[in-house]
Design a protein around this ligand. Structure first.
Ligand code: SER
Length: 596
């Protein structure tokens, strides 16, 4: 049996021996707006380098990356799905020697992992209108002695970041062949009968999709991106039935079982996965806290879902915090930031759990009331012939969300267990209605990990750029010192030596409103930090490695280095109104403003 520690060691030793430089993993929270809420693969933080920027460590690198994917959250609890996982990755930047990488992969599989080559199958890209059939990769595998090579279409063997934009290309996936008969005459790694279990992926990043929906174009400097899911691989090579037999996950499950009164395998697994994920997110150097927006909302959902399952298992009080502490201990060797943030992780978890626990009993009661209401309605309707469906109304689901803090997905899950559905559209309408009235913060999406800044927040973001441009008319030295955006207002901190005059505030309002009235286009360009500075863009977010930056230009009014996102045209912003000007700290003033 290979332990997680041993596999990590082998990974580094092997690739370092072959000239790859070890770098540390990146934050689980992406650098700026990269289109996703969390780092979902090792290649993610490396996109600037995959697009040609020079990496300080050279062009062959190897690391281990903490990742979070939420697209399969409903599957968590089965044998193989996790939200949070570790990815062993290595890259050749600006170089795509397929034969060499396949040779390295083959040797790692057969010599280091000691897997019998007859038990290995691979898939390669079958080709389509955009890219040719990958005969080169197939030939390389065959030359190494792998004869089970399957040509599969784009759905299986084309890798891109979710959404399709960015560097991408054909890949070759590696599978362990399980000892079981073919499910049909067409049985292949493309079917999910369980005969073929994927554990490794080499992506030949030869293409770039510049904009979602566009055709891929050839990259001048192609790369190879290879990624191996740690947990999945250990499960496969050790012949485990589930990923919960591995290291920290296993200890987590044992702990939960020991501390709970009721036994339920799936619930225990969900708790272990979610608390581990929450520990990684809170314990990240850029740790976010639970909220109703984007990353914070996902974190909130992970924690609240764990609390819900802990209640089912009658888990001892405080056990979830102890579990988080265990995970800090378990992983701090590889991710030292966890140890530094141990108290923060526990405090934030405790706060969120407390918030939810206060409302949870009331919420369950409310939920039961809603269900009995439906049943009563059904009995009554039986007499009149009216048909009543087992659907919880959007209004009721919204009340559970708004008053009792039940994320929609949790209500849906509880409803499903009892054979009911939730009117999601109705919920969204209620939500929007409520938002229109009170302009409360918005709920983020929990699908696919795509960033979901609310429309209103994005508008405020663009308004901040206009405001800064206006402030720089008052004093060209003015710099942004911080900002905080919600769906209800913007808060903008900037360097300024004194209180602003009433006339100056009026000037700013007029300046921003004029830019809105002119319906100016907002455009974005990517360039190196140097070029951005030369172009006259303002921005205080200097990057450590001189990566590519995005520059947002608003007509002839503003040019700023910024991750985005922004509206496409200032015309959609509405009317800009300053509601407050105050001191923030010495030499820093604060403006609060709304869009009406
Ligand atoms: N990016 C590829 C994956 O996620 C390989 O690293 O599988």
């Amino acid at each position: 049996m290979l332990s997680d520690r041993e596999l990590k060691q082998k990974w580094f030793d092997y690739f370092q021996k072959h000239g790859f430089k070890k770098i540390s993993g990146y934050s689980i929270i992406p650098e700026s707006d990269t289109g996703v809420l969390f780092t979902t693969a090792g290649m993610h933080p490396l996109v600037p380098y995959l697009l040609g920027e020079k990496h300080p460590a050279g062009n062959k690198i190897v690391n281990i990356q903490k990742c979070l994917r939420t697209s399969d959250i409903d599957e968590v609890g089965d044998n193989s799905h996790l939200t949070c996982f570790e990815m062993l990755g290595c890259w050749t930047l600006g170089e795509c020697d397929k034969c060499a990488m396949i040779r390295l992969s083959y040797d790692f599989i057969t010599k280091e992992l000691k897997i019998d080559k007859n038990k290995v199958a691979v898939s390669v890209f079958a080709g389509d209108e955009n890219a040719p059939r990958d005969e080169e990769a197939a030939k390389a595998w065959k030359e190494n002695g792998i004869d089970k090579v399957f040509f599969l279409p784009k759905e299986n063997n084309w890798w891109s970041i979710s959404g399709g934009e960015g560097p991408c290309g054909p890949d070759t996936e590696m599978f362990l062949i399980k000892d079981k008969p073919d499910c049909s005459k067409d049985c292949s790694p493309a079917c999910d009968c369980g005969k073929y279990v994927e554990f490794w992926n080499d992506v030949f990043m030869e293409y770039l999709v510049k904009k979602q929906g566009e055709k891929p174009v050839k990259l001048d400097r192609p790369n190879i991106d290879t990624g191996m899911g740690l947990e999945r691989t250990l499960m496969v090579i050790n012949g485990y039935d589930s990923v919960y037999e591995i290291g920290g996950l296993k200890r987590g499950i044992e702990f939960v079982k020991q501390k709970s009164k009721v036994f339920d395998e799936r619930a225990s697994r969900i708790i272990v996965d979610h608390i581990r994920a929450a520990t990684f997110v809170l314990g990240d150097e850029k740790g976010v806290v639970p909220s109703n927006l984007g990353q914070g909302y996902i974190l909130r959902r992970l924690i609240r879902r764990s609390v819900n399952y802990a209640r089912k298992l009658q888990l001892e009080e405080g056990a979830l915090l102890e579990l988080a502490d265990m995970f800090v201990e378990e992983y701090c060797l590889d991710y030292p930031e966890l140890a530094k943030k141990r108290e923060f992780v526990k405090d934030e978890l405790a706060k969120e759990m407390q918030k939810f626990s206060k409302a949870i009993e009331g919420g369950y009661k409310e939920f039961e009331k809603v269900l009995s209401g439906i049943e009563r309605h059904k009995q009554f309707a039986a007499k009149t012939g009216e048909i009543v469906k087992d659907i919880i109304s959007g209004k009721a689901a919204f009340r559970l969300y708004d008053t009792f803090g039940f994320p929609l997905e949790l209500t849906k899950e509880m409803a499903k267990e009892r054979g009911y559905q939730v009117d999601e559209e109705g919920f969204n309408q209620e939500f929007k209605h409520h938002q229109d009235i009170s302009r409360t913060a918005t709920v983020g999406t929990f699908k696919g990990g795509l960033a979901d800044s609310s429309e209103q927040t994005i508008k405020y973001h663009t308004a901040c750029h206009l405001l800064l441009a206006g402030l720089r008319k008052l004093d060209p030295e003015t710099k942004q010192k911080g900002s905080n955006l919600t769906a209800e207002r913007l808060r903008f901190d900037f360097s300024f030596p004194r209180k602003l005059e009433k006339s100056e505030l009026e000037f700013l309002e007029k300046f921003v409103n004029d830019a809105i009235a002119k319906k100016l286009p907002v455009s974005c360009a990517e360039m190196s930090l140097d070029d951005a500075k030369k172009s006259g863009a303002v921005g205080s977010f200097e990057n450590k490695y001189g990566e590519k930056v995005k520059v947002y230009t608003i007509g002839d009014v503003s040019k700023e280095i910024c991750g985005g996102p922004h509206v496409e045209n200032t015309g959609v912003l509405g009317i800009f109104k300053i509601t407050k000007e105050e001191s923030s700290s010495a030499g820093v003033r604060r403006i609060k403003a709304i869009l009406e």
